[in-house]
Design a protein around this ligand. Structure first.
Ligand code: ATP
Ligand code: MG
Length: 437
């Protein structure tokens, strides 16, 4: 390496974009596995779309006067001069793809996706510039039954993860476009009467997107927001009925919720049902999952009117929540079952083959082979460091008599020597019978 090279600043990851390190990946895999299984149980199919789209897609769908489009998007011109954007969320891409491939024509869809999203926000705990979402989008279903289903699906996920006691469902209805337009006028008139308390952002939004003012977290405005007219009191008849039926279904299913008239969501495309799952365990990054109905979006993007409802959850926040609440199960720690330990050079080949035989007989077994030689002491140290529950030792004696020594690395338990032919049975009962609490 030349001198100038070594003087250069080390290249590091981009701020707010995280590496997922090997010690964390078992928990992510566990979480993703739970989600994948859940989606199958409800009959939802996965869709994967590119992480880059034309900028216009997000401007048109999310709305020009939203935090995301105003200040959070990673937008750049590619070599052809086309304006492209790293997707800040999944719904727009999903709708684009479904339209493009004719998935919405005379049919219903229940889709899910997962992947990285990009927003240029101030990085902090639970808020990153590349983060990961899992989302659900359904199309072609207009009744409250599907709203209830996607909420029940998310509730089942919390239950599977042991989180059900730690999250709260907040619910609201944004009504129809017309009802919202009428309400908007009321809201503007109200805020104009209180213009002196509005901050700069809110003053700007008064003309463009006054409902977003309700979403403001500025404590100086809390009181005036509290006193604002409530959209819930101005719903159109059809939306009110839709909402009541949804609430009745949730009641019948035993799902508790809080009606929050301030819940308006940050994106333009929502109407009628909106909901969030929140927790108090993560400070101000308390929303772990958010969604709602967006019946107008497909048409807004040039398709036929198509009712739609969905949600997205933030994987990082849920992982943080599982860790904070110490709800990470043993299976999500990715521990090895077995460390295969040849004691000398002569035992290396047989240990390698023993490993293969075990993997054939026990597909669930997590076994790692000691490679790289070393003294007896250093081999034992590596076995211990591997985190495995058991070490299988093969030395001169074991080779001579066709046996193997089984050593417990995490328990006060006598080691035992057994015929290699009995190993599969012994491991099976050890691994199924007793778990290490
Ligand atoms: P917030 O109010 O926290 O900014 P949001 O309303 O912008 O959230 P959505 O666009 O609804 O969030 O995204 C759904 C979920 O994705 C959020 O509830 C959250 O769990 C997660 N999420 C959103 N932005 C980020 C981010 N920058 N970093 C990590 N997770 C995020
Ligand atoms: Mg946000």
């Amino acid at each position: 390496m030349s001198k100038t090279d070594t003087n250069q600043k080390k290249i590091q990851a981009i701020r707010g974009m995280n590496d997922l390190l090997p010690e964390q990946s078992p928990l992510w895999q566990y979480f993703e596995g739970q989600v994948r299984a859940l989606m199958g149980r409800y009959g939802y199919d996965e869709i994967r779309t590119p992480v880059v789209e034309q900028t216009a897609l997000f401007k048109r769908s999310i709305g020009e006067v939203t935090d995301i489009v105003e200040k959070e998007m990673y937008t750049f011109d590619d070599r052809n001069g086309d304006s492209l954007t790293l997707r800040p969320e999944g719904t727009a891409s999903c709708v684009r793809a479904a339209m493009e491939h004719g998935l919405l024509h005379n049919q219903t869809q229940r889709l899910w996706y997962q992947g990285p999203m990009f927003r240029h926000e101030r990085p902090q705990k639970g808020r990153y510039r590349q983060f990961h979402q899992i989302g659900v989008e359904t199309f072609g279903l207009e009744g409250p039954d599907i709203d209830a289903e996607v909420i029940l699906l998310s509730a089942r996920l919390w239950q599977q993860l042991g989180l059900d006691k730690h999250v709260t469902l907040e619910l609201n209805s944004l009504g129809s476009m017309d009802a919202r337009a009428a309400y908007r006028d009321l809201l503007v008139a109200y805020f104009e009467r209180h213009a002196e308390v509005l901050d700069e952002d809110s003053k700007r939004r008064l003309g463009s997107n006054p409902m977003r003012i309700l979403d403001s977290k500025n404590p100086a405005m809390a009181e005036v927001i509290e006193g604002a007219p409530k959209l819930m009191d101005h719903l159109d008849e059809a939306s009110r009925e839709h909402f009541e039926r949804l609430c009745a279904m949730l009641d019948a299913a035993g799902i508790a919720y809080v009606i929050n008239p301030r819940l308006v969501r940050g994106l333009d495309y929502y109407g009628r049902t909106v909901f969030e799952w929140t927790t108090t365990a993560l400070g101000s990054q308390g929303t772990v999952c958010a969604g709602g109905r967006y019946d107008g979006l497909v048409e807004q993007l040039g398709g036929k009117p198509t009712p739609a409802v969905g949600f997205a959850l933030g994987i990082e926040r849920l992982i943080l929540l599982l860790e904070t609440l110490e709800l990470v199960p043993a299976e999500a720690r990715g521990a090895l079952d077995v460390y295969l330990l040849p004691m000398d050079e002569a035992a290396t080949g047989p240990a390698l083959l023993l490993g293969e035989r075990l993997r054939e007989a026990l597909p669930e077994l997590r076994a790692q082979l000691h490679c790289g030689g070393g003294s007896f002491k250093s081999r034992m140290k590596k076995a211990d460091k591997s985190g495995a529950r058991l070490a299988l030792l093969l030395g001169e004696d074991e080779l001579a008599e066709g046996s193997v020594t089984l050593k417990f690395l995490r328990e006060e338990r006598e080691q035992q020597r057994l015929p290699r032919a009995a190993l599969v049975d012994t491991l099976t009962s050890l691994l199924n019978g007793e778990s290490l609490a």
